[in-house]
Every structure is written in structure tokens, then in C-alpha cells.
Design a protein. Structure first.
Length: 108
């Protein structure tokens, strides 16, 4: 697999998109990440990251229907692509492999 430049925040956003599946849009991603991390996340950082992930082919987007509750604006939903899933699998294998190299030592 071609090496993919995926930073920690980008990986977390991509993981969240994959976990939310058909319900991944800016605010749902924000709320999920804040809940899981227990800290505030900037919505602008999420939107910039989603754009970068889409440019790399790791996610694709589609617009939902127009709703009056959003003032006529449509939600932009994101879904992970097959390439995005491969990128997550690669990251997981890399991190797990490194983790298993840690010697069995006591820190007590």
C-alpha cells in the first residue's frame, strides 16, 4: 500500500467517520470525538481535516436533504472509502506491531 500521510487528528476523524457510518457529518463527528476524548474539539479543524481526507480519497461526501430546522441548509455527510479503510487497517497494524515490541518490564 502506498504510504498515506495521516496525522493523529486525521486518523481520529477518519475513525469517527467510519464508526458513525451513514450519520457522519460535521457536528456528529464533533460531538462523538468530544465525548470519546473528554475534551473540546474545534469544528473548523474537523471541516479542514474532512476536506483533506476527501482530497486524499479516504472519505467521500454527499449532501442530505434541505430541512427547515437548518434554515434551508443541507448537511454534508461523509463515508469512509475502501482506500480509507485500508489506511486505517495499515495504521492499526503499524501501531499494534510497535506496541507488541514493548518489552515486558515492570514499571512498579
Amino acid at each position: 500500500m502506498k504510504e498515506i500521510s495521516l496525522g493523529e487528528f486525521g486518523e481520529l476523524v477518519l475513525l469517527t467517520v467510519a464508526a458513525l457510518h451513514d450519520e457522519a457529518y460535521g457536528v456528529s463527528i464533533l460531538e462523538n470525538m468530544e465525548e470519546k476524548q473528554g475534551k473540546k474539539v474545534n469544528i473548523s479543524a474537523i471541516h479542514v481535516t474532512l476536506k483533506r481526507l476527501e482530497d486524499k480519497g479516504l472519505v467521500k461526501s454527499r449532501f442530505g436533504g434541505i430541512t427547515s430546522e437548518r434554515g434551508g441548509r443541507r448537511k454534508k455527510f461523509y463515508m469512509i472509502t475502501a482506500y480509507g479503510k485500508k489506511a486505517l487497517d495499515y495504521q492499526y497494524a503499524l501501531r499494534t506491531g510497535l506496541y507488541h515490541q514493548i518489552p515486558k518490564i515492570s514499571f512498579g
